[in-house]
Design a protein around this ligand. Sequence first.
Ligand code: PBG
Length: 329
Amino acid sequence: MSLRPNFPTTRMRRLRYSKVVRDMIAETALSPNDLVMPLFVCPGSNVKNPIKSMPGNYQLSVELLVEECGKLLESGVKSVLLFGIPETKDEDGTVATHDHSIVQTACRAIKSKYPEMYIIADICNCEYTTHGHCGTIIDGDVDNDSTLETLSAQAISLVKNGADMVAPSDMMDGRIGHMRKKLDENGYEKIPIMAYSAKYASGFYGPFRDAAESAPQFGDRSTYQMDVRNAEEAVREVEMDIAEGADIVMVKPALSYLDVIYRVKNTFNFPVAAYNVSGEFSMVKAAEANDWIDGNRVMMEIMTSIKRAGADIIITYHAKDVADILNAK
Ligand code: PBG
């Protein structure tokens, strides 16, 4: 790298006058192939509950969810990340381990109409526990090791019912190794694990907790999710998950953590997913609704920045809109 820029011989603007040249030397390219759309499935039929804090997103009953998958495929979005709103909840989330549970039912329905849709199942207990925490409560604490059992049971049941990949988002220690072992013992050694490795205790999840009805009823998630101030710790989390058998590692949220995405990509050279979470989405929508920003332009800029930082995969509620814009080019 030259340390002495040589003006006027060197003029950075020379390569900026033509769009053709700008496109030739662009360092980052977005494609619908990079995108995963999160969807929320709920009981009932013909249910389409708008999620107020996430304009354009809905809790959908199974047949409408399947319909939505068809629209996503038409736009070139080939993968969805599923979250469930169950009929009933219990103390430890066992309701999510049965074949007739809501996400399992959704997986079967999607696969029977659109077998090509790649289903990633979020694995966590917070949508399924009465207290809204991500694991079993023992003596006022989210108990790590017993939670591993329900998580792995949930994963196996989802895979059995059609999920193509599992994505544990609970942040218990040792869950990747536990889940890999259980998957393999059950003959699912070909199913990849996308680990929510560096998942922060973030205020940006607010709208999601409305959508998934999963807000903790007491306390917060700071005894298991990461402290916002730490980046080196994120590298250690990722290192452990890779050692335990993660196939893809995730950083979440994305926008306030682009430095973490960059570090993780550069340290491990491993497939990296970034989750552009609900609050990041809703901020864009709110500003757009007020005519304060050009929503589509800002959306594309955000997507590009996440890729530029080093993410291979972007999980985003903007997925369909981004794909539609890319396809129109
Ligand atoms: C479940 C889970 C959460 C999100 C994804 N999986 C919520 C949380 O940890 O409270 C958040 C996603 C979003 O905000 O879009 N643990």
